[in-house]
Design a protein around this ligand. Sequence first.
Ligand code: SF4
Length: 182
Amino acid sequence: MKARLAQIEQAARDAGFTDVRPLDMRALIFHPETRELCEQNLCGKYAHNWSCPPSCPRPSDMARRVTGYSTGILVQTRDKLIYENDLQAIEVLRNIHNRRFYLFAQSMRGIYGAILPMGSGECRICRRCTCPDDPCRHPDRRVSAMEAYGLFIGEVCEASGMCYQYHADDRLMGLVSCVLFP
Ligand code: SF4
């Protein structure tokens, strides 16, 4: 098990992530109240992306589902913003992180089979999501966000020893995703 996790960590570093940690599986606490936050639709993706609520599994379903996974890894892409609230730079960082994460998840799926990837933000595998007009183009590759499933990222990072907090003095912004392995 340890050797396998070490190989996975190395593969994540090779994929280019800034920080890589074994995931503390006890920190996978799926909070039902996150669903209410999504329903406020502040991001505009509620019911407009197949990876987001109401289409993705509920926190209570996820709590049952993760019992089938024995280990996991947490990955982060971190970069410095030029100025506070640099939304354009955050968007670029999200695209870099997500592309990197989709490739990493695909490669882990090829090696380890039925993995469970949880991403950052809505699924961006397609240039434009087909939701709600047509079925998902890639249901086998679709990635829902950790938050969409009900996780608090700060809670998972803290338990796993990963620095995640944003500090205005250094303007280092990080985006986090994880993969669970059977
Ligand atoms: S794979 Fe494409 S269609 Fe499916 S959720 Fe992702 S972006 Fe939408």
